[in-house]
Each structure stands twice: as C-alpha cells, then as structure tokens.
Design a protein. Structure first.
Ligand code: FAD
Ligand code: MLT
Ligand code: ZN
Length: 531
C-alpha cells in the first residue's frame, strides 16, 4: 500500500493519496414514454384502472380506512392466551412501532404482537383472517416508503423475537434462520464461521432479514453478489389464512415448477408473512480494501467506474458515490470531516478478495491508471477495519445526515447509469431556491440514484413541484421509480410509471388469490383501487 502512495505522488504531484493503514484486514466484512395527459400518466398507464377518486392523478396520501373489524377485548384475550406477555397494548411501548424510521408516517395501532414461532404466526393470522382484522407485518422498521407501520389501527405483527439461526452448512455456506434475525447479528454469526452475508446496508444494525427479503433490499454489495432474488434459496411463509407454505429449500438448483418464493421477495408484507429464510452466503474475503476518491465531473466518475470494472474485475465488491452536497450535510450535521480535499463528487470503491498481495497490486495499477488519465483528483486508501468503517460511514451516513437537514423527500430511481446524475441537475434547476438541499448519492454499480430533497418543514407546494416531475422524468427514460426501497404507502399510486396496466392487474389478482380479505398490510404496494 505504501508503494501505491509513493507512486501516486511521483506520478502526479497534485494528487494526494493518503495511506490510511498498511495492515490488511482479514475478511469482513418498454418504448420511451410520452406523457398521455397534461398531468402525469405515462402512456402505458391504463387510466381505466383508476377510480374517480384518483382520476386526477396518483396520490400518496392514505385512502379512507377500509371496513376492517376494530380490535375488541375478546380479541385481546385471545392474543394474550397464545402470546402471554408478548401482546403489547401499552401506548408508550407501541409508539416506536407506530412511527416509521423517517418519522414521516404515523399509525394508531393499539396492539403489537411478538410471536416467537411460525406456529404462533399461523395462529395469529388464522384468527385475524376469520375476524377480518388487518395486520401490519413489521421487521426492524427501517423501511423508507411508509410500508412498515400501520396506516390506521392495523395490528402490528413484529418478527423481533423470531431471531434464531436454524442451521448453517459449513460446506455450502447456506444459512437458514428465522425472519427476525437482525442483519448485523447474522453477519457476525457468519463471520465467526468464515462466511459473510451477501447483503450489507446502512440499516444493518436494526433491519431484519425477513424485512430485507420482503423489500428485496439492494444495498452496498449487490454489484458483487447480486440481489436477494438470487441468493435467497428458500422461504417459509404464512398466508393470510394461517396456512404455512414451506419453500425453505437449501438447494442451488431446483426447477420443479414455478419458483414460488420469488412472489414473496419484494412483496412488502402484502402476500404473506415471511417466517424463515435460507440464504447462500459467500466466503469471508481474506483481504478488503476501501478507496475514497474525489472526482471533478460525473463524466469522469463514470469513466472511473468503467476503468475500475475492467481492471479490478472479480475483486470489485462496491462502487458507490455521493456528491459535494452530501459531503456538506455530513460535515454540518454529523461533524464528519472530509478525508480528502473538496471535490464535486466522491467515490467509494471496495475490493474483496482472497490474496492481499494480488488485490493490492490490482488496486495499485487501477489507481495509477485513474490518476494518469486525470479521472480522479484526490483519494485515500484504507485496509484496516476501523479506517474502512470510517470511510464507509461517509457513504452510509448520508441518510442520517439528511434527517437533520429538514423534512426529506426521498426518491430511489434506477436508470441507465449514464443518466443518473442528470436527474439531480435537472431537479435543482427545476426547483430553483424552493428546496433547502437537493442531493444525489447511490449505487453507481447498479444504476441506482438516491435523489433527496429537503425543506425546513413539510411543504405541500414543494412536493407539488417535485411530483410528478420526478416520475415523468424517470418514466420518459424507461427507469424505475423504486429501485430498491419498494412502494409501501408513499409510492403505491405511482406504480404505473414503471409497470404496465396488465402487470398491475395481475398483481391485484395474485393479491386477491392469496389474501382475499386484504388483511395483510392494506394500503401498501398496490394502488388504491386494488388494495
Ligand atoms: P421493515 O421496515 O420493518 O418493513 C419493510 C417492509 O417489509 C414493510 O412493508 C413490512 O410490512 C414488510 N415486512 C417486514 N418484515 C416482514 C416479514 N417477516 N414478512 C413479510 N413482510 C415483512 N434499502 C435498500 O434496499 N438498500 C439500502 O442500501 C438501504 N439502506 C438503508 C439505510 C438506512 C439508514 C435506512 C434507515 C434504510 C435503508 N434501506 C435500504 C431501506 C430498508 O428497506 C431496509 O432497511 C430493510 O430492507 C428493511 O428491513 P426491516 O426489517 O427494517 O423491514
Ligand atoms: C442508501 O443507499 O443509503 C439507502 O438506500 C438509504 C437511502 O436511500 O437514503
Ligand atoms: Zn440504497
């Protein structure tokens, strides 16, 4: 690593490669849309599917309460009989489960149920279905689209006490666990056995693997290990009527008919409650390096990405970015100081491999090349765990910094990678001085932009300026209006910007087949006329 530093200095004296540590860390770690109306439906939006209520355009506000039964004393008696001491009705204890992580959605549930087993989840759902009681499945409550909390008085069914690892196969690296295992705990469990989770995200200390699967969370390692749609090998799911679907396979190959587990991955608690998961885990890498680089233009950032893919190849495990506005918020609100000189864009690159010397040489050659081509203007490299964490926090803690900047309007867009930052620039121009901050960060390797806009307080006029602009912009470029966070409560009525009316109708049919009374996570994911 020292060699990289010296060479960098020799090659371009204006570049400053800081050697953070020389100790290698052992492991761990469809045609373009035309706008159909003067407002906001893309051409494939089938307006016949829209009710009179939303015919003026999609709405993110909740619909009226559906006619579910209200919880009675007899219902509470039943829950207490099957979950003694785990039927929570104290409003103080319920508070944090009624409010989402962003503190932007608040329900008014009066019951929180904490089952420990699949059999208990089955009993709860069978009862709720028979009584027409609505249920909100909840994991770590870190969801960002208002899907994890009740909208009205839905019963909260928490997986917090379903946190046991059920089995681990040392040869195949397949872990099977209950849905309430916290991602970070699962990671620790695996690291002790020389494996890692294929998934990593800023909310790892709180989110549950069941919640990750229910949202099909992407995160920081998707570039390397792919999405949960590939690494989840099996699921156990309880249907709305209490029946248990055992698809908890631990096989890499199984073409015996439809791959039913895929229906539940990303279904956001609307089709069933995930109670157990089996995941294929990669071996713990023997060498991990993290590089924090500064870039003068987004064009150069993209060229750096191309170069990086070519030169780092199989050891590249993450390629993330944040802009200078994110850095300003990290400095201002979290007192995190920039580890390099001020630049318009910052890149976080992680390599994970099995041979420190080999990885170091590859990284060194890449950095030389990136500097010689003047693609990057400054940078620092970390190989020691604490320094790696410090560099990663510059990317992972942007979400937290934003919460201190004001009310945050969050957009999670996937686009052809060369287009992702143009949306930030166009939005800044479109909003002028109406927003406090307009920032861009995200997963470059996945073509996934996180566009966030803050204002001193909730501002309906600002929101009206952002939406539908952001969705039209995305749909016109054939992007997705939700790359990884899901639709939840907030984005459900914008689904037609990314899905055809036939696809949405089929989603409604599947929902109706699996949950005919619609008790599971009502008002979420599906547009209002199908919920
Ligand atoms: P919750 O928030 O509790 O629930 C999310 C949804 O899943 C809800 O609709 C809920 O009803 C449903 N659900 C939860 N558990 C179950 C279950 N067992 N069965 C059925 N349905 C269930 N997301 C990304 O994709 N990539 C990121 O990089 C990322 N980073 C984040 C960083 C921060 C700081 C925060 C706060 C959030 C981040 N998220 C990210 C968003 C979030 O989707 C993930 O944190 C996580 O996948 C949610 O898991 P959870 O256990 O908290 O689920
Ligand atoms: C991230 O990549 O940091 C997460 O998806 C959270 C966010 O979008 O703020
Ligand atoms: Zn993300």
């Amino acid at each position: 690593m020292a060699r990289i530093f010296q060479k960098a200095i020799q090659l371009k004296s204006t570049l400053r490669y800081t050697q953070v540590s020389s100790t290698h860390r052992l492991a761990l770690t469809n045609s373009p849309f035309t706008i159909a109306t003067s407002h906001f439906y893309p051409s494939r939006c089938n307006t016949r599917n829209l009710t009179t209520k939303n015919a003026e355009g999609p709405k993110s506000s909740p619909p009226e309460r559906l006619p579910f039964t209200r919880v009675t004393k007899e219902d509470l008696d039943f829950f207490r009989s099957i979950l003694p001491g785990r039927t929570i009705t104290d409003p103080d204890l319920l508070e944090s489960s009624n409010v989402d992580w962003l503190k932007s959605v608040r329900g008014s549930s009066e019951v929180l149920l904490r089952p420990q087993t699949t059999a208990e989840v089955s009993q709860i759902l069978r009862y709720c279905n028979s009584r027409n009681l609505a249920v909100n499945p909840q994991g770590g409550n870190t969801g960002l689209v208002g899907g994890s909390v009740p909208v009205y008085d839905e019963i909260i069914l928490s997986t917090a006490l379903m946190n046991k690892v059920l089995s681990f196969d040392h040869v195949s690296g397949i872990v099977t666990c209950q849905a309430g295992c916290v991602l970070e705990s699962l990671s620790q469990y695996l690291e002790e056995r020389d494996y890692i989770m294929p998934l990593d995200l800023g909310a790892k200390g709180s989110c549950h693997i069941g919640g990750n699967v229910a949202t099909n969370a992407g995160g920081l390692r998707l570039l390397r290990y792919g999405s949960l749609r590939g690494t989840v090998l099996g699921l156990e799911v309880v249907f709305a009527d209490g029946r248990v679907l055992d698809c908890l396979a631990t096989l890499r190959k199984d073409n015996t008919g439809y791959d039913l587990k895929q229906l539940f991955i990303g279904s956001e608690g609307t089709l069933g409650v995930i109670t157990a998961v089996s995941v294929l885990c990669p071996r713990k890498p023997k060498s991990v390096n993290v590089v924090f680089l500064g870039c003068g233009t987004f064009e150069n950032l993209l060229k750096t990405f191309q170069l990086c893919r070519g030169m780092l190849g199989e050891i590249l495990s993450a390629f993330e970015f944040l802009d200078s506005e994110c850095m300003r918020l990290l400095n201002t609100h979290l007192k995190l100081s920039n580890p390099i000189s001020d630049c318009p864009f910052y890149i976080v690159i992680e390599t994970a491999g099995s041979d420190p010397n080999h990885d170091s040489e590859k990284l060194h050659n890449f950095l030389d090349e990136a500097m010689n081509a003047a693609l990057v203007t400054d940078g620092t490299v970390a190989t020691e765990e604490s320094k790696i964490k410090a560099l990663w926090s510059m990317r992972e803690r942007v979400t937290e910094a934003l919460t201190h900047d004001g009310f945050t309007y969050k957009y999670d867009i996937s686009l052809p990678v060369e287009l992702i930052y143009r949306l930030v620039l166009d939005m800044r121009q479109h909003l002028g001085d109406r927003a406090r901050s307009v920032v861009g960060y995200g997963h470059v390797g996945d073509g996934n932009l996180h566009l966030n806009i803050t204002s001193p307080a909730k501002d309906p006029a600002l929101l009206a300026a952002i939406e539908p602009f952001v969705y039209e912009w995305t749909a016109q470029r054939r992007g997705s209006i939700s790359a990884e966070h899901g639709l939840g409560l907030k984005k459900r009525n914008y689904i037609y910007y990314s899905k055809s009316s036939q696809a949405v109708t089929l989603m409604g049919d599947i929902k109706h087949m699996l949950d005919p009374k619609g008790i599971l996570n009502p008002y979420k994911t599906l547009p209002d006329h199908l919920t």
